[in-house]
Write a protein that binds this ligand. Structure first.
Ligand SMILES: C[S@@+](CC[C@H](N)C(=O)[O-])C[C@H]1O[C@@H](n2cnc3c(N)ncnc32)[C@H](O)[C@@H]1O
Length: 189
């Protein structure tokens, strides 16, 4: 059954530019936002960084809204799919963006662990339980008047630290076939 893990709360645009820049998003790299809301993260990644970006969002109304905005901007390089973030396969994705609570991140952890070893998770606002970030960014937003924290995780480190946990969650050698392979969506961005 599909269940929304968190409500839509947008990341301020000014911190996103800094966060993606510090994370090292490069032209033609691939980025997925798990829980993409109004689509601002994939659109910004495509527009400002020339990345290929996909937004995965459980709420079909938000997916339509994001797609309408993308078309109105005449933007290529971003697309949106209505799907549950828990059921994606992230192989061949370079960057995984999240703005989800720690409990929600725990629910999508098996999906995160389908990413390649060198993939980078950029977690806005909330850390992933049991993982040690490679870097923590504190970025001031003039629109919210506060600092926003971004936790960066290299999947390789997460796997090394938590091999047994990954196995028990079924992410290693798990049922990848039943997952939506996000990388296949980049071809049509
Ligand atoms: C806090 S908002 C973040 C929006 C956007 N990523 C940003 O940073 O501006 C979280 C989003 O995750 C979506 N969401 C919640 N549970 C989800 C799930 N299981 N699968 C996909 N999206 C989900 C919500 O509908 C909401 O749009």
């Amino acid at each position: 059954m599909r269940r929304r893990l968190n409500p839509f709360v947008p990341s301020p645009r000014d911190v996103l530019v800094r966060a993606l820049s510090e994370a090292g998003v490069w032209p033609d790299s691939s980025l997925v936002d798990l829980g993409s809301g109004d689509g601002r993260v994939p659109m910004l990644a495509a527009k400002e960084f020339r990345a290929k970006a996909v937004g995965v969002e459980i709420d079909g109304v938000l997916v339509e809204h994001a797609e309408r905005t993308r078309r109105a901007l005449g933007l290529r390089g971003a697309r949106f799919v209505e799907a549950d973030a828990r059921s994606v396969d992230l192989s061949s994705v370079n960057f995984v963006f999240t703005y989800l609570t720690t409990d929600a991140l725990e629910a999508i952890k098996p999906a995160l662990l389908t990413a390649d070893k060198d993939a980078l998770v950029i977690a806005h606002g909330y850390p992933v339980k049991g993982w040690t970030p490679t870097e923590v960014l504190r970025i001031w937003s003039s629109s919210t008047g506060k600092h926003h924290v971004f936790y960066l995780y290299r999947i390789e480190d997460a796997l090394r630290a938590r091999v047994s946990e990954a196995r028990s969650l079924g992410a290693v050698g798990g049922a990848a076939g039943s997952r939506l392979r996000v990388a296949s969506l980049f071809e049509n961005t």
